[in-house]
Design a protein around this ligand. Structure first.
Ligand SMILES: Nc1nc2c(c(=O)[nH]1)N[C@H]1C(S)=C(S)[C@@H](COP(=O)(O)O)O[C@H]1N2
Ligand SMILES: [Mo]
Length: 162
């Protein structure tokens, strides 16, 4: 009797958790803007790119943070989406990326920072590991070389190519 009650409680709890956590496919982060192909940044797409792991340390208002993050290179995503603007000299260098978190916090990166022909920095959209841990539903921007954590956007929901 008790066991039945416990399993019923577990089943209803599971159902409740599932309905609370499930936010639908339209809620997945997106990459859009001045690109040929808008991307839905779900786990399947992110894991289709070669995974890159990076150790970073940055300063925050609450002291130093260190973490190891695994994710997809932002450059791979941009290459896959394709820049719409192909006119004139070095079109990429005119563009920026605006990365926004669920809370509206937003930071900009320059195209030239991540383009392998220029600074070629391994900026990641991290979906595994990290502290606090990231996941495909709580992506984090990882910007190696930044002294402060200000550009390490938590819970990325949108990347706009401008
Ligand atoms: N979405 C979002 N990401 C954010 C912030 C924020 O307010 N919102 N603050 C940034 C700042 S200023 C810092 S120092 C780091 C702090 O990282 P932590 O929250 O993991 O400690 O997060 C960055 N990422
Ligand atoms: Mo910060």
């Amino acid at each position: 009797m008790t066991r039945l009650f416990v399993s019923a409680a577990i089943i209803s709890l599971t159902a409740l958790t599932a309905s609370t956590v499930w936010s639908g496919p339209s809620e997945a982060p997106i990459l859009e803007g001045a690109v040929k192909q808008r991307l839905t940044l779900d786990g399947q797409l992110l894991k289709s790119f070669p995974p890159v792991t990076i150790n970073i340390t940055f300063e925050t208002g609450q002291g130093k943070r260190s973490g190891r993050y695994k994710g997809a290179l932002l450059w791979s995503l941009i290459e896959s989406a394709g820049l719409r603007d192909t006119a004139g000299k070095n079109p990429g260098l005119r563009h920026t990326l605006l990365v926004t978190g669920r809370d509206g916090y937003a930071v900009a990166l320059a195209f030239g920072e991540i383009d392998p022909h220029y600074e070629g920095k391994s900026v990641l959209l991290a979906y595994e590991e990290g502290e606090p841990p990231v996941s495909v539903s709580a992506l984090r921007l990882v910007v190696p070389g930044d002294a402060h954590g200000g550009r390490s956007v938590r819970d990325v929901v949108r990347i706009e190519v401008r």
